[in-house]
Ligand binder design. Structure first.
Ligand SMILES: [Zn+2]
Length: 650
């Protein structure tokens, strides 16, 4: 029991004889976003009529934006919930307004302004609405422990969560100086999409949590354990890579080694017309031969796979992602993506994941890494900063030594440091991508040496003199653009209008992700105005492409997997041919990353990264969504099984 004098005093002052009971427990958790300290969660647990009342204030500031959530959770003394309210925001664009009241064997549930509904409760249940507040997840674990540690813990029907899978992962010691704290580690799956790690101490108090917010890593650490932040991240990383290895064992390739795929239409990704009734011979991870059946002999003894009626395209790329959780690995393969360029992540996590995939211990797309660096200051992003040329050299060197291909500069880097970063990166054989920093134009960023630019940082209208000048300059500098149009569409669509109108994949995502995206969008505009804004961007994308500026498909995450398909569709809406749109997600990024000798097309000698589609995207670009099998390095994976492994519908 930890009660401070101020609480007792406050209680005494409050009600003139009806003082609220002093709290039984209180705690403060430091909140971190991608390891940068950004705020606090403060909670108290007080007795109330023989039961318990948790109140929590969750409060952080991310890149200048304040995010606050207030929550109350009432439970019986055995932690069975009786009422839950949460109101505020849990992330920049995630509004929360949840109300659950238990009445006997029913609950009255209201979520995000929707009408109240009465639902029947399961025999055992808990109630949460996302990762915040963490103290509610602490009580979820206490409930789970006191109720027989069920493999699946049901949540209140009608709430935007999955049923929750809790697994105890053993005890471990956290060391700070010479003080050792023994904690119990838990994996929780379903509160957010994918697994979180939480640690309780011997009294059942939350010590730390590692989760994700808005797709990036988010941590909470009890104040006295703050120096152990990186230890927590490392242990959570080990736990998660172990989980991905389990998913890998449960999804062994349907085929590998030497085999021939026979009968498909082959769209090889070059400008050639598709090959009907084609053959691809795969041998030890590479394409040994490819062409029409009539001219490609299948050596004796080579097993064949009949893929007639299907279409083969090169493995897709996502050139702007943040693979912050292992669940992305099966998602990418399920959606036909065999290579991704990660645009900023937790160092400890992403290099472990890259190595696990590269060594084939874990399935997943091949990972190319861009290391994030920002300028210092309260609004900075991440934990790697450069304020001086010396800093710039150091941070570029750190990423280089860890095998990163690129540096990603972020918004607060100053112009002279952009030049310093580019010079050092180029000296070490790396390239530079990222945001156009504040206080610079895209023209200046390209002239300062940035090889690539993330997002469509061009103001004005396609066809205007200004935009034409910029496009000419980008062409001259051979600057590569990843315009993230699907991300713009997702955040820019009229708030309240259904995402399914442009993104059919949204129907297949698990409830916590639906929750995340349910109020993404722009307030105060209608669908027509949102579309007009999007089309302005698409016209510029088309003008870039027409001028010969390489445009590469990137999502900035979005709807996992499905946004890659949407990005490709949007290029066709912009005026690309279906083949050109496919190339923006295959050979053009392969060239931009100097890997086109190995990847990017279906050609003899290249790596066998292929997608088997049920329908031909050259007929209708939306057929890019019909992934049946994905082949990476010659290993054939079943897309529906991979979707199911991370709680998506296939
Ligand atoms: Zn990004």
């Amino acid at each position: 029991m930890r009660v401070t004098w101020s609480a007792v005093l406050l209680g005494a002052l409050f009600g003139f004889g009806q003082a609220p009971p002093a709290p039984l427990e209180r705690g403060t958790l430091r909140l971190y976003y991608v390891q940068k300290p950004i705020g606090y969660e403060r909670y108290e647990i007080s007795p109330e009529d023989g039961a318990l009342k948790l109140t929590a204030d969750f409060d952080f500031t991310d890149r200048g934006g304040r995010v606050q959530l207030a929550a109350t959770l009432r439970t019986k003394s055995d932690y069975t919930p009786t009422a839950f309210q949460a109101k505020g925001k849990s992330y920049r664009f995630v509004n929360v307004d949840s109300d659950v009241r238990v009445e006997g064997s029913d609950a009255i549930v209201r979520a995000d302004g929707a009408a109240e509904s009465r639902v029947t409760l399961p025999a055992q249940f808990f109630t949460v609405d996302g990762y915040a507040p963490f103290s509610a997840q602490m009580l979820l674990l206490r409930y789970w422990k006191q109720h027989g540690q069920p493999r699946l813990l049901r949540t209140v029907p009608g709430q935007p969560t999955n049923d929750v899978i809790v697994e105890a992962r053993g005890r471990e010691a956290i060391r700070i100086a010479d003080k050792v704290t023994t904690l119990e580690r838990f994996a929780i799956d379903g509160v957010v999409w994918g697994r979180e790690t939480l640690w309780l101490d011997e009294r059942g108090t939350l010590a730390a949590a590692v989760t994700r917010a808005g797709g990036l890593s988010f941590e909470a650490v009890r104040e006295d354990l703050e120096p152990a932040l990186v230890q927590f991240v490392q242990r959570a990383t080990r736990d998660r890579i172990g989980d991905l290895e389990s998913i890998t064992r449960a999804n062994t390739p349907l085929k590998s080694g030497t085999y021939a795929m026979v009968g498909a239409t082959i769209v090889d990704g070059n400008a050639r017309p598709p090959v009907r009734d084609g053959v691809v011979i795969v041998q030890d991870g590479r394409i040994a031969d490819v062409g029409p059946r009539a001219s490609v002999p299948i050596p004796e003894g080579v097993p064949t796979v009949d893929v007639s009626g299907k279409t083969l395209v090169p493995g897709l790329w996502d050139m702007h992602t943040h693979v912050t959780q292992i669940e992305w690995a099966p998602v990418y393969l399920a959606s036909g993506v065999t290579t991704v360029r990660d645009m900023g992540n937790e160092f400890e996590f992403i290099i472990s994941l890259r190595d696990a995939v590269a060594s084939k211990r874990a399935l997943g797309p091949r990972l190319l890494l861009a290391g994030l660096v920002d300028g210092p200051g309260p609004n900075a992003f991440g934990v790697y900063y450069a304020a001086t040329v010396e800093d710039a050299k150091q941070v570029v060197g750190k990423y280089h030594d860890a095998g990163f291909q690129q540096i990603k500069v972020y918004s607060l880097i100053t112009p002279p440091l952009v030049e310093a970063i580019c010079a050092e990166a180029h000296r070490l054989g790396m390239t530079v991508t990222g945001h156009v920093p504040n206080g610079m134009t895209i023209d200046q960023a390209a002239s300062a040496g940035m090889d690539q630019i993330a997002h469509l940082a061009i103001r004005g209208e396609a066809g205007s003199d200004d935009v034409n000048r910029t496009i000419a300059l980008l062409r001259e500098h051979k600057t590569v653009i990843d315009p993230t149009q699907s991300w713009n569409e997702l955040l820019g669509h009229a708030a309240g209008s259904p995402i399914a109108a442009f993104q059919p994949g949204v129907a297949r995502i698990p409830p916590p992700l639906s929750r995340l995206f349910s109020n993404a969008g722009t307030a105060g505009i209608d669908a027509a105005a949102a579309r007009t804004r999007l089309e302005r961007g698409l016209r510029i994308v088309k003008a870039l492409h027409d001028a010969g500026v390489p445009v590469v498909a990137g999502t900035d995450e979005g709807i996992p997997g499905h946004s890659v398909h949407r990005e490709i569709e949007l290029y066709v809406e912009a005026g690309f041919t279906p083949l050109e749109a496919l190339q923006a997600a295959t050979i053009v990024p392969a060239r931009a990353m100097k890997l086109d000798a190995e990847l990017g097309t279906i050609e003899k000698g290249k790596r066998a990264d292929l997608v088997v589609l049920n329908a031909n995207p050259m007929d209708q670009i939306r057929n890019i969504r019909t992934v049946r099998w994905t082949i990476i390095d010659g290993r054939v994976y079943d897309a529906p099984a991979l979707w199911r492994s991370v709680r998506f519908q296939p």
